[in-house]
Design a protein around this ligand. Structure first.
Ligand code: NAI
Ligand code: MG
Length: 398
């Protein structure tokens, strides 16, 4: 096996803690790699006026595979206020480096598996027949279009000039907003392209086929958002008919799906959605399997082979300065497993997942979230495992 080079981007806050532990787990599993550190996040915004320095982009271009912890983002004005004094009046505007990475490298496929581990005290339970307690085993994989839609950034506050004129060509705009002063209008667009929509749909169907899921659910709102959601569902019907006749195509509305989450989550297999709804539905499913300490993700571009693997959680700044890190590293470890799958080290990924499953099933080592404590510096004294102790337990099983 040729030794890989992985771009390790710890980012901010707890991103640093969980990435460090995930790399220890990878080492213990026998994954041979060199890690080069990629600068990203708040520190580089404040010092250099750019949270995603060009040198980090170059590193990813060269090595193709990135492991990413988490970053801190703040609203525009708050961000500007924290810039180094010499950068203050340069007109720099903060934008999220992780969104920047997705757009720069066209990482348009985002995959978020949500699978229950047996024995996880955070698993969702519900009342079944005769008041019995049911614990459905969830195994849903969300495919989220990662570069377009509501996160595409095409927005206007107080649209004026030709933008306003263009809006006024739409009869619904005239009817519903035509009498509202321009200064009172803000517009965020939801743009879907056929190319990206087809790519995310095909990725979803292909995954269902390769891993034996019986259904692909398009989770959008085609009855109301006709031109974008409607297009996605129509294309899904065509693709299913032409190339995946053995896989069932289901269609749910995002709002109803959030309700059905707690009714029959075990019925769903692969779910596919645009950027915003994919974000929502994946967080919803993640809640059923233990929440942010367990939610992992991959984002990649199948053509270039570039992939960045990250937990869904953020930098949780309030925990960042605890003398002993308390957060759950499993979401990051699972994201590292997705990286291993992506670079065809599937056996190693399976081995790590098995070790994680054993630790959870045994129930002796649990981070504060698994013990349902509120996150405070003293949770470790009160019996919760630290970030490092959880990683140690996983390593011991390897
Ligand atoms: P967050 O995900 O950082 O934390 C929310 C809460 O979830 C935490 O207070 C903690 O109780 C829990 N949590 C998060 N990760 C956990 C883990 N590994 N184990 C146990 N519990 C965990 O979200 P928040 O507080 O909304 O945002 C904090 C910062 O992170 C913000 O600046 C935000 O912009 C950024 N962010 C970055 C993301 C990324 O890097 N992809 C994603 C989401 C938020
Ligand atoms: Mg989210």
């Amino acid at each position: 096996m040729a030794k890989r080079t992985i771009v390790a981007m710890p980012g901010d806050g707890i991103g640093k803690n969980v990435l460090e532990e995930a790399i220890r787990v990878l080492d213990a599993a026998g994954f041979e790699a060199d890690y080069v550190e990629g600068d990203i996040g708040w520190e580089f915004w404040c010092k250099e006026g750019n949270p995603l320095p060009e040198r980090t982009i170059k590193l990813i271009e060269e090595h193709k595979i990135g492991l990413f912890g988490a970053i801190t983002s703040k609203p525009k004005d708050a961000a500007a206020a924290e810039l180094a004094p010499e950068l203050q009046d340069k007109g720099l505007v903060y934008s999220s480096p992780i969104v920047g990475l997705r757009q720069h490298f066209g990482l348009d496929i985002c995959m978020r598996p949500t699978r229950s581990y047996k024995g996880n005290p955070l698993n969702f339970i519900r009342r079944g027949k005769g008041d019995a307690i049911d614990e459905p085993m969830v195994d849903a994989v969300i495919f989220r279009q990662n570069t377009e839609g509501l996160y595409g950034g095409v927005e206007w506050a107080s649209p004026d000039g030709i933008v306003y004129d263009a809006l006024m060509t739409h009869p619904k705009f005239v009817k519903n907003f035509g009498n509202t002063p321009k200064e009172e209008i803000s517009v965020s667009t939801r743009i879907f392209t056929k190319k990206a929509t087809e790519r995310i749909l095909r990725a979803a169907f292909e995954h269902a086929k390769n891993f034996g899921y019986k259904s692909v659910t398009v989770c959008e709102k085609p009855n109301v958002i006709r031109e974008t959601s409607g297009m996605m569902y129509k294309m899904a019907q065509q693709i299913q008919k032409a190339d995946y006749p053995d896989i069932e195509l289901w269609n749910t509305n995002i709002d109803a799906q959030m309700m059905w989450l707690t009714k029959n989550p075990e019925n769903y297999g692969v779910i596919v959605a645009g950027n915003m709804f994919g974000d929502i539905v994946s967080d919803g499913f993640a809640g059923l399997i233990g929440g942010l300490g367990f939610a992992c993700s991959a984002q990649f571009n199948p053509e270039s082979g570039i992939g960045v693997f990250e937990p869904t959680h953020g930098s949780a700044p309030k925990y960042a300065d605890y003398p002993v890190s308390i957060v759950n590293p499993i979401a990051m470890v699972e994201s590292a497993c997705m990286m291993l799958d992506f670079i065809d080290e599937k056996d190693m990924a399976t081995k790590i997942r098995k070790a994680v499953a054993e630790v959870i099933a045994e129930g002796k080592v649990r981070t504060y979230d698994m013990m349902k404590m509120s996150g405070r510096a003293d949770v470790v004294e009160n019996g919760a495992a630290s970030t490092k102790e959880m990683a140690d337990a996983i390593i011991a099983k390897l």
